[in-house]
Design a binder for this molecule. Structure first.
Ligand SMILES: [Zn+2]
Length: 326
């Protein structure tokens, strides 16, 4: 579809190009949910001696193999400000890996999108909608947008609910990555009045519960709705969007990923626990007094595990961390 659009633009056929792109934009966000869960952990005993050094080693290792992008990904007719710097190429690779991993876990499929700031720039990488198979998401599929949500480059239009990303990125620059997901088990809680409380020790990474809620029964398609969502999120790690899904933030892509997967796993466990009786939320002091010394290393390790799942046996990467039996 994008090739058809590019070809049409190259030939000066603007209307044909727009028509070719329409299909990709039309399915940007549909109200569908997916089942799935994962198990992750955050912030516990790690050998303190290696924390800073190994985090750097892990960060380097996780970027292998370095992606090679032969040419800038610029669609004719769009501003060509973006060059595929090493930083951008690495960000593209990580975001595509993250999308495939979230898809494998059932948190991301037809609906949803994730974004990552391009280091040292005001630009944002975002995954496209349009019904693409997220299990095959590639670095070159990603769209670059500016702070207003305007497409700067990339073969596909940004998703319909891009204001979730642009508004939160602008309001909370400390967050490098944002995900909007129609994750099934968390979304179950969005259609009930049951509080979504942290119940597993790993769910400490979500902060004190219950999860805050955004109570507007609309898709977030405008900056005004994005502002309302951002207000509901506040300084929390995630917000439950009533009748819809979740939005999760993180200082890094690894933090966003770990929070999203943990939130979904926690929601499924709570739902299942209700079969036996009233769930026991994690004591608040366990959350407020959680260890933080090894948190970053743990986040990298968690993301690495899920990206290792698509690597052959002889290309597995070990983080060097020892943590919770792993
Ligand atoms: Zn949505």
């Amino acid at each position: 579809m994008a090739e058809a659009a590019a070809a049409a633009l190259a030939a000066g056929l603007e209307d044909a190009a727009a028509l070719a792109l329409t299909g990709a934009e039309a399915g940007a966000d549909t109200a569908a949910g997916d089942a799935g869960a994962g198990a992750v952990e955050e912030g516990a005993a790690c050998p303190p001696h290696a924390a800073r050094e190994s985090t750097q080693i892990i960060a380097t290792a996780i970027q292998r193999p370095r992606p090679v992008i032969a040419a800038p990904i610029i669609l004719a007719g769009y501003d060509a400000r973006v060059s595929t710097s090493t930083a951008e190429a690495e960000a593209r690779e990580k975001l595509a890996q993250c999308g495939r991993a979230l898809n494998r876990l059932g948190l991301y499929g037809l609906a949803g999108h994730i974004s990552l700031r391009i280091p040292d720039s005001d630009l944002i990488l975002i995954t496209p909608g349009g019904g693409l198979d997220k299990s095959r998401l590639k670095p070159e599929d990603l769209t670059v947008i500016d702070a207003s949500g305007k497409r700067v480059s990339g073969p596909y239009p940004p998703p319909l609910e891009t204001p979730i990303h642009t508004v939160v990125h602008e309001a909370k620059p400390e967050y490098g990555s944002i995900a909007h997901l129609h994750a099934h088990w968390a979304t179950v809680f969005s259609v009930t009045k049951e509080p979504l409380e942290p119940a597993l020790i790993p769910a400490r990474c979500l902060g004190p519960g219950p999860l805050r809620t955004f109570d507007v029964p609309q898709l977030v398609t405008t900056p005004e709705l994005g502002q309302q969502l951002n207000a509901a999120l506040g300084d929390a790690s995630a917000v439950l969007m009533r009748w819809h899904g979740i939005t999760v933030v993180g200082r890094t892509l690894e933090e966003m990923f770990t929070r999203a997967v943990t939130l979904e796993d926690n929601a499924r466990l709570l739902w299942e626990a209700k079969v036996l009786g009233a769930p026991m939320p994690l004591p608040r002091e366990a959350i407020e007094n959680r260890p933080t010394g090894s948190a970053d290393e743990t986040l990298v390790r968690t993301f690495l595990y899920y990206t290792n799942l698509e690597r052959p046996a002889d290309q597995q990467i070990h983080s060097g961390a020892r943590y919770m039996g792993s």
